[in-house]
Design a protein around this ligand. Structure first.
Ligand SMILES: NC(=O)c1ccc[n+]([C@@H]2O[C@H](COP(=O)([O-])OP(=O)(O)OC[C@H]3O[C@@H](n4cnc5c(N)ncnc54)[C@H](OP(=O)(O)O)[C@@H]3O)[C@@H](O)[C@H]2O)c1
Length: 232
């Protein structure tokens, strides 16, 4: 499988590069010119296409011939970075390619997510701060996801919980709605978020789903598995 990783130099991106290589994929990574050095460890094993992830020409070139595209969707700045990135991928990925996007629990597909008070508070604070210092644009990430949800591509949007570093604990479990008991622990190892993204490339159960994920060793995941004998 030939896979393009958009936002390859970030923390999530580098974990995805490693997982994809472990699976024997041919990897093309896109990252900002200034961040190419962060991919030094993979030199000779991946192809790097330097450039902004919302640069349509960069994306067109990078996704050519790829069966899968993994996109780190980030809401940086005030220049529609998320929508620009998502639209470029939707428009240029080859027909039938599997498209996996990352975001957080704050994205909702059907409005049926029930958010913990702490998350609502966090959202309010970020929106207040960014009204004064607009370094991120959450609404642009929301719009990017709306476009993905309504596209006729083979998409999955993986919604990450709070993240922590640490060794892999295995593939996270998931649920369709934040608020479901299995997700209560709200913590995933970043390396496992990346594992879920890469595994989604070949998991058709996740086609046109927006799984909210949580670490498989967290108390809520373990309790759910014990209580019901299954988890996703
Ligand atoms: N952080 C969390 O707690 C959390 C929780 C839930 C979900 N998520 C989701 O997880 C994904 C990865 O997030 P992360 O926080 O873990 O970050 P990350 O993996 O470090 O990725 C950050 C990405 O943003 C790029 N970036 C940083 N500053 C930028 C700028 N000013 N302009 C353009 N691009 C810039 C980085 O590229 P460079 O390498 O070039 O800097 C990198 O590709 C995102 O989709 C996020 O929504 C995060």
């Amino acid at each position: 499988m030939k896979v393009c990783i958009i936002g390859a130099s970030g923390k999530l991106g580098r974990y995805m590069v490693q997982h994809a290589l472990d699976r024997g994929c041919e990897v093309v990574g896109v990252c900002r010119e200034r961040s190419v050095k962060k991919l030094e460890a993979f030199k000779g094993r991946i192809t790097v296409v330097p450039g902004a992830t919302n640069d349509r020409e960069v994306i067109r070139k990078a996704v050519a011939g790829c069966d899968g595209v993994l996109t780190v969707l980030v809401p940086w700045g005030t220049h529609q970075y998320s929508t620009g990135t998502a639209q470029a991928v939707l428009d240029h990925a080859q027909p039938g390619a599997r498209l996996i996007f990352s975001c957080g629990w704050h994205i909702t597909r059907d409005g049926k997510d029930v958010y913990p008070k702490s998350l609502k508070r966090e959202d309010k604070i970020i929106r207040l701060i960014t009204r004064i210092v607009p370094f991120v644009d959450i609404d642009d990430q929301v719009e990017a996801c709306r476009r993905i949800f309504t596209s006729n591509t083979r998409w999955t949007i993986v919604r990450g919980s709070d993240l922590e570093e640490g060794e892999s604990q295995g593939l996270p479990v998931w649920s369709r709605h934040v608020g479901d008991p299995i997700l209560v622990s709200n913590m995933t190892r970043r390396v496992d978020f990346a594992l879920f993204m890469v595994a989604a490339l070949t998991n058709d159960e996740l086609l046109h789903e927006a799984p909210a994920i949580v670490g498989c060793r967290t108390p809520s995941a373990l309790a759910h598995t014990v209580a019901t004998g299954h988890g996703h």
